[in-house]
Each structure stands twice: as structure tokens, then as C-alpha cells.
Design a protein around this ligand. Structure first.
Ligand SMILES: NC(=O)C1=CN([C@@H]2O[C@H](COP(=O)(O)OP(=O)(O)OC[C@H]3O[C@@H](n4cnc5c(N)ncnc54)[C@H](O)[C@@H]3O)[C@@H](O)[C@H]2O)C=CC1
Ligand SMILES: O=C(O)C1=N[C@H](C(=O)O)C[C@H](O)C1
Length: 249
């Protein structure tokens, strides 16, 4: 007996990512697109979607998730802007819906997930680490969700290894020249037309540096991860943050 396709809705369907997800879902035999909504459209239009993919805006995503969880719909979320407070609220909402899954991934590209994992492995061996992320100039948030997630993973690995802050002789600085600090790791954001999504994770130690770089040169790079998320989330209850958990890295 063949299984019926998973019914999928997309929020942010007219955006750069949402439109790409709509195409990817339409091209997958085991998935069926049942709704494609954008800003200003009633969430009732999601109909009988089992899983909703959200690529909207950091200001919109929590409202969408409250609605989805309230209506018993699984969610795969690429939208950025998640803080510990937001994650705690979602865990609270999901506690009342033990069968429901929400997967939030700051980055759905396989290479980006691997780069973060490699960086976490390298972190304890180097005195200093800094992250540079480079994106198209229509991006709303800085630093990128990926860079913030990377910095948090490196920060946790450094703390576990008992590393002191990296040596830095800077005594005078133009505001922002040394980037933003996320969990003790400096993060620098570049915005340029022509770019898609890029990240360099740089480590410095005694007489050497290590650079781990990932480039998404097309938004199709995110689609295998998004589709994997849709297929996985229906049988993965609770809140999962990071595609690395689905890939068992
Ligand atoms: N996790 C990942 O792998 C990736 C995450 N992103 C993130 O996804 C988000 C969207 O990125 P883009 O597609 O480049 O932005 P975009 O601006 O091209 O698209 C966002 C779309 O969402 C719509 N929207 C806004 N509020 C909405 C609401 N309440 N309900 C339904 N639709 C709404 C907008 O009208 C727009 O069409 C950003 O947070 C970005 O950082 C982007 C690429 C990959
Ligand atoms: O806005 C984007 O484009 C991207 N957003 C995500 C992020 O903020 O990390 C993922 C990827 O970098 C593309």
C-alpha cells in the first residue's frame, strides 16, 4: 500500500525562500502543496495542511507558530530571530501538544550545517575565533541566524574547554569595527548585492590560522534540508533546534 502524500502549507510563499519552497514541494512526489500564503492572508487558508513551512520575517514568525501549534499543525521553520525567550515560549506551548513537532533550523544547507559542526570540533584547539557572515543586501537581520548559532556553538565549546577570551590588544575602536559579540565570539556582517549566503569561521592560534567557509550560491541549496525537515517533523515530537539533530551529526 502506498502512503498518502504529506499535506504541506507554505508561509511567506511570495518571498525569495518561500517561492523556492513552493517549487520544491510541488516537485516532490511524496508531498502535496495545499496552501501557499503570504503577508495579509488569513491563516485559515492553510486548510488541512499537516506541516507548514515558515520563511517569513522575525517579527511575524512567533504569531504564525502560536497559530500552528494551537491548531495542531507541525512546523518547519527557517525564519530567523529566535531568542532563548522565544524558544522557551514554544517549549511551553508544545508541552500541551505532545504529539506535535516543530523544527527550527537557522540554516537548511547541508554544507552550512557541516561547517558549524566542524567549527564546534575545532573551537577548543584555538585561542581565538571570529565569524564573518556575508549576505545579499535585502536581508533584514544582522548578524545572520546562522552566524549567531555558530557563535553560540563555538562559545559553548570554548567554555567547556575552559578557554579564556582570545587575546586582543585593541584599545581604541571606531564603534562596531570589532563586530558584535555573541557568547564571547566576535561576529562581523557584510551586506552586498550579488551575494546569497556565505559564512567564514576563522580560528587563530600559535603560528597558524584555520578558516572554514561555506557558500550558498543559490537558494536551491536549502531545499534538500527543508524537504528532509518536512518528512521528519511529522514523527519527531517536541522542539528541535538545528538540522544537525535531524542529520544525527
Ligand atoms: N534557515 C534557512 O536555511 C534560511 C533562512 N532564511 C530566513 O528566512 C526568512 C525569509 O527570508 P527571505 O525569503 O529571503 O525573505 P523575503 O523578504 O524574500 O520573504 C519573506 C516573505 O514573507 C512574507 N511575510 C511577511 N510576514 C508574513 C506573515 N505574517 N505571513 C505570511 N507571509 C509573511 C513577506 O511578504 C515575504 O514575501 C529570513 O528570516 C531569512 O533570514 C533565508 C534563507 C535560508
Ligand atoms: O536571509 C538569508 O538569506 C539567510 N538567512 C539565514 C540566516 O540568517 O542565517 C540562513 C542563510 O544564511 C540565508
Amino acid at each position: 500500500m502506498t502512503e498518502s502524500p504529506i499535506r504541506v502549507g507554505v508561509l511567506g510563499a511570495r518571498g525569495r525562500m518561500g517561492a523556492t519552497v513552493v517549487q520544491a514541494v510541488e516537485g516532490a512526489e511524496d508531498l502535496r502543496l495545499v496552501a501557499a500564503l503570504d503577508a495579509g492572508e488569513d491563516l485559515a487558508g492553510l486548510g488541512d495542511a499537516q506541516v507548514v513551512v515558515d520563511f517569513t520575517h522575525p517579527d511575524a514568525v512567533m504569531g504564525n507558530l502560536r497559530h500552528l501549534i494551537g491548531h495542531g499543525v507541525h512546523a518547519v521553520v527557517g525564519t530567523t530571530g529566535f531568542t532563548e525567550e522565544r524558544l522557551a515560549e514554544l517549549r511551553g506551548l508544545l508541552a500541551a501538544k505532545p504529539e506535535l513537532g516543530v523544527l527550527i533550523a537557522p540554516n537548511f544547507a547541508l554544507g552550512a550545517v557541516l561547517a558549524m559542526r566542524f567549527a564546534t570540533q575545532a573551537a577548543r584547539f584555538y585561542a581565538s575565533a571570529e565569524v564573518v557572515e556575508l549576505h545579499h543586501n535585502r536581508k533584514a537581520d544582522a548578524p545572520s541566524g546562522t552566524a549567531a548559532h555558530t557563535a553560540r556553538m563555538i562559545g559553548a565549546a570554548r567554555a567547556e574547554a575552559g578557554l579564556a577570551p582570545g587575546p586582543d590588544a585593541t584599545t581604541s575602536e571606531v564603534d562596531g569595527a570589532r563586530g558584535a559579540e555573541v557568547d564571547g565570539v566576535r561576529v562581523h556582517s557584510v551586506r552586498l548585492p550579488g551575494l546569497v549566503a556565505h559564512e567564514e569561521i576563522m580560528f587563530g592560534g600559535e603560528g597558524e590560522t584555520l578558516t572554514i567557509r561555506h557558500d550558498s550560491i543559490d537558494r536551491s541549496s536549502f531545499m534538500p534540508g527543508v524537504l528532509l525537515g518536512v518528512r521528519t517533523v511529522v514523527s519527531r515530537p517536541g522542539l528541535t533546534v538545528g538540522l544537525e539533530n535531524v542529520l544525527d551529526l
